[in-house]
Each structure stands twice: as C-alpha cells, then as structure tokens.
Ligand binder design. Structure first.
Ligand code: AMP
Length: 592
C-alpha cells in the first residue's frame, strides 16, 4: 500500500486506496484534515495539528505554522521571517530545527493516522508539492518524508493531483485544464496539458503570500479600524482570538448572508459584537480576489492559452468555497468551474489516486485501457481464431476474411469469443449472430469480420458479405474490457495449465480438417488410373497412415501423415492440372 499525502501550507491530509476506492483517512475525532501546525514544547515534547493550534493561546511562539514556505530555502531567502534563525551550517532554523524536520512531524502524524486506520504500518508515500517548487524544495520535501519513516515513491505536482481527483486524466489527448488553487497561505494558477497520458504543466503563476489568511487579516484590520483598536497593542492571546473570529466570520458568510463578529472580553473587560453581511465581506475581499486574477492573466499569457482553449477549470483550496471567488473565476474564464470535489481535499485525493496506480490497487482503472483477454471468433473445427490479442491498447480494431465450410451453405454463424484457450468451447461466448449470404460452393462465400473497441471499451462486431456488401453490425458492450481481475487470472492460469493439451488439440483439428479435404480428392484421382504403380503404392500407404492416426486421435502423427500424403500426391496433382489445361486448350482450339 502507498499513501497519498497533501502536505499543505495550512492543512494536510492523507489517503489510501481501500477496496478499489481512493479515500481520505480521518483521525480519532473523525477529521480528514489536519492543520499543518507543530508545537515544539520547551521540554522537547511535540504536538501536531489541532492540538498544536490549541497551544497558540498559551505558547504562541512555539507553535509553528506555514513551515512549507521555508522548505528547501536558503537563509538569505527567508531571513526576514521573525521565527527563523541561521544555523551553524548557514541554513535556516526554526526553534533550532530544520524546516524538513518540522514537516516530518506533520508527516509522522499523518502516517500514524493511516497506520491506525488501516491496522498496518504503511511505509511508502506519494507527496504533493506546488508546481513552482524547485529541485531544492522538492528534495527537502522528500527528506521530510524519509525523516518520518516514509519512502517517497513520487513527488507529485499539486495541480496534477487536483486534475487526477477530478478524473480529468480521462479527458482526450491535448486537453487543457486550469487549476485555480487558493488555500490558506498561497495562491497559484496552473495550466496543464494532457500529453500521451500524462499531465504537463504548461505554466504556473501565483503568490506564496496570498491566501485565506490574508483575508482574515483584512477582516481583522477592518474591525480594528471600526472599533479604534490598535492591533499592535493587543496581547498575543487577544490577537489570536480576533484572528480566529475573523476566519469564523469569513467561513460563516460563505453559507449565510449575515453573521456577528463576536469576541467577549477579548482584552480583559472589552467585548466586540459587530454585525457583518456577506456584502461587507465581498467589498473587503474584492481587491484580494483581483490579485489572484492578475496571476491568472499572467499564467494564461505564459502558456499562450485563451480561456476558450480550456476544457475544464477546477477549484482547489479552502478559500474557493467563497461564493465571490467562484463568481470571479467563472467570470474570468467564461465557464463554470468544476466544483464536484471538496476543494480542500482534492489534492490529497489526487495523490491517493496516483498512489493507488503505483501500488496496483487502482490497476483496473489503468487496465481499462487494454484488453485483459484475447478476443476472436470460432472457426472451422471449433477453433478459437484470435482477432485482438490480450493486452492490446484500446481503442483498436482488427479484421479477417472467412469463407464457408460446406457447399450450398447460406449463412455463417459468428460466435464472438473471449479467452486464451485454443478451442472455442473453452473460451467465453460474448455474443453470437448469423450472417446470411447467397448459397455458394465451399470456400466461395467470403465474409469479412471486423472487431472494433472504442475508447469506452465498447466492442462492436461488423460482418460483411463481400459479394453484396451487406453489413451486419452487433454491439457487444463493454464485456470485452470489463472483466474482473479474478476472472482474468483464472482464464490465463487455465490457459497455461492446459497449454500442451490445447496445442495438441489444435494441431490435431487442423490436420484432421486438411485430411478430410484431401482424402476424397485422393480417392477420386486414384480412380482415374493416372498414377504410376509406385505412386499408387506410396499414396495408399500414406492414406492408411492418415486413417490410423485419425482413429487414434494422435496429433503429431496425423500432422506427419497428412504431410506425407500431400507429398505423395504432389507429382500426380501436377500432372492432373497439366492434363486439365491441355484439355481446356484443345477444347478452345476446337471451337475456334
Ligand atoms: P487550504 O489551505 O486549502 O486548506 O485552505 C484553507 C483556507 O481556506 C483557510 O484560509 C480557510 O479560512 C479557508 N476556507 C475554508 N473554508 C472556507 C469557506 N467556506 N469560505 C471561505 N474560506 C474558507
């Protein structure tokens, strides 16, 4: 099993494919989202997630959040961060720890939740990173995983994960997708293009300091101004409480038109109680949303893509739950965004899909693109004639020409078969139908049979009577690709188990059909008295051998005897043809 992990700036989540479904795993409190917060106690004790956030009121300095911003950075790049110091190796430290060591604590917690939920220790993971992360930042993320006891089998771009969660990998080749990701601390817009089954990031643009937290700060500043509060003078505890209330109001207004900003006794004696409408919030949010749209414009220009070139727009990140954000995005791209997934779970879900594909538990999804078993029709002697071998990539088509087996035959039965066995009866019948044609001598009617499987796995069988051009088309459905793994395993296993006897039966059947064709012809020729005595002796011996082998059901002896008979009659057959041609010529000359 491989875990899918979204290691986010504000929140993280972990998932796994369980019984064929990608699911996110909830902790003991039933929560699938874990805040990316770590409390590093003075005494070395550590707490992660909500428990860490609770420490903010009493020990705000030791509660670390947004560590992702520091991952893989050089000291010079982050020296302005208040919590960051410079280590002896010249690399940034937070409370004496490397950023990846802090991130590792979050990953350990996610691993703990997964191990507990699944009842086993899972040691491999796919972890997502922003598309703009450079090699150093990706390497640091990988190290964080290793420190948490995880082998990081893939670092996946977040917009790609989002596209996977929305099932956009099922789109056509060359499809283009925009992923608008507005989380708690960062914003980015990525343009992806599907090429040969994988997503390429055409362009990504954003701001690592633009997210829902900023809007919380904007709300707080608005409250402070109205109430003539000096934010700089507030105690850390009061500041935390006002910030928490700002976020609550923001989230409440996504569902309601109005709410009250309420913080009782936030500063010893003072309380706040301010009604806020959604309209108020949207006025405050407008410049903030417009900043995201500027990045969208830039990303689109970088990718050389116009809004109408996009096949889908998806929203990711908790802040895209805001109705004003959704409106702005649909206005900008000129199309309604796909909101079918939880915006704060889509990336973890996509990472889980990728993990499932890598560990094989989502094999069916991938295998849907190939035929799990061979497809063919029954031919003379009850043999399986394969038209599309197993493991052929779909869509695909293949065809062959067939003739009638008997004189005066007026129709042909087309039995559509699936399986790996040589004899038709051992395979599964997917369908059967008759193709009618004018009565014809043996081998004279010609019927072309074509199998076609479209991208949805639907098999269509077309049979054409070549003489009239009449087509019979039968749709078989998705049974050609939709076979459960167990049945495929059983069929393949049986074909291996019976390989020798199956092959012997095919050889015998093919030789018997040849013999049945040869014997009457040979008898007729012998009756014409054209054979020399030696030829006659050899032919008769061969005929006896063939008859004996047929009676014994011996495949290889029959094949050899048929060959001997064929050789023994070769010279005679040539003389017969010569004679027939001479006669025909004499006849023509006589007439002429
Ligand atoms: P993420 O980083 O994707 O987990 O997003 C977290 C951000 O989404 C935080 O800033 C939350 O305040 C914000 N958020 C979550 N739900 C809502 C909502 N309903 N309306 C507005 N913002 C929200």
């Amino acid at each position: 099993m491989i875990l899918g992990i979204d290691l986010g700036t504000t929140n993280s989540a972990v998932g796994v494919v369980d019984s064929g479904f990608p699911i996110l795993l909830a902790d003991e409190d039933g929560r699938r989202i874990t805040p990316s917060a770590v409390w590093l106690g003075q005494d070395g004790s550590i707490e992660v997630g909500r428990k860490a956030l609770r420490r903010r009121a009493v020990d705000p300095e030791r509660v670390l959040t947004s560590v992702k911003r520091l991952m893989g950075r050089r000291w010079e790049e982050v020296s302005t961060e208040s919590s960051v110091s410079r280590g002896v190796d010249g690399l940034p430290r937070i409370l004496g720890k490397r950023p990846e060591e802090v991130s590792a604590e979050i990953l350990k917690e996610l691993k703990r939740i997964a191990d507990w939920r699944m009842g086993t220790s899972i040691t491999k993971a796919v972890i997502t990173v922003p598309a703009y992360f450079n090699d150093g930042q990706r390497a640091a993320t990988k190290r964080a995983g290793e420190l948490a006891g995880l082998e990081v089998v893939r670092i996946l771009n977040e917009p790609t994960a989002a596209a996977l969660a929305y099932g956009l990998d099922k789109l056509q080749e060359k499809s283009r997708v925009a992923v608008y990701d507005l989380g708690g601390g960062t914003f980015d817009l990525s343009i992806l293009e599907m090429q040969e089954g994988v997503f390429q990031v055409l362009a990504t643009h954003g701001d690592t300091r633009l997210g829902g937290d900023d809007l919380d700060a904007i709300i707080l500043a608005w409250v402070a101004e109205r109430e003539s509060l000096d934010v700089a003078q507030l105690s850390p505890d009061a500041l935390v409480r006002l910030t928490v209330e700002s976020e609550r109001v923001k989230i409440a207004l996504a569902g309601e038109e109005e709410t009250v900003f309420q913080v009782p006794f936030f500063d010893g004696s003072r309380s706040l109680e301010i009604p806020v409408t959604r309209g108020d919030l949207e006025t405050l949010a407008s410049p903030w949303i417009n900043r995201t749209l500027r990045h969208c414009r830039q990303a689109m220009a970088d990718a050389g893509v116009m809004p109408e070139d996009l096949d889908a727009v998806v929203l990711v990140g908790g802040s895209t739950r805001m109705p004003a954000v959704r409106r702005a995005v649909s206005g900008f791209f000129g199309k309604e965004p796909d909101v079918s997934q939880h915006p704060d779970e889509a990336i973890a879900l996509g990472a889980t899909v990728q993990a499932g594909v890598l560990d094989g538990s989502l094999r069916r999804v991938v295998l849907l693109d190939v035929t799990p078993l061979s497809l063919g029709i029954e031919t003379f002697g009850g043999l399986m004639n394969v038209l599309i071998p197993r493991n052929t990539t779909i869509p695909c088509k293949a065809g062959e020409m067939f003739t009638n087996a008997a004189d005066g035959q007026r129709s042909m039965k087309v039995r559509v078969l699936q399986g790996e066995r040589e004899m038709a009866r051992d395979n599964w019948e997917l369908g059967v139908f008759e193709v009618a044609f004018d009565a014809a001598a043996k081998g004279q009617a010609r019927v072309g049979v074509q199998f076609r499987i479209d991208e949805n796995g639907i098999l269509e069988v077309l049979a054409r009577d070549v003489s009239t051009g009449t087509d019979t088309v039968v749709t078989i459905g998705s049974a050609a690709v939709d076979v459960d793994d167990e049945a495929v395993g059983k069929m393949v296993g049986e074909s291996v188990e019976h390989a020798f006897e199956d092959m012997a039966e095919r050889i015998f059947t093919e030789a018997r059909m040849k013999a049945e064709e040869l014997l009457p012809a040979v008898r007729m020729v012998l009756g014409q008295g054209l054979a020399t005595p030696e030829e006659k002796g050899e032919i008769e011996a061969a005929v006896t051998e063939v008859e004996e082998a047929m009676a014994n059901g011996a495949a290889n002896p029959l094949k050899a005897a048929v060959k001997r008979l064929d050789t023994a009659t070769e010279a005679l057959a040539a003389r017969l043809v010569e004679k027939a041609m001479e006669e025909a010529l004499e006849k023509r000359l006589g007439i002429g």
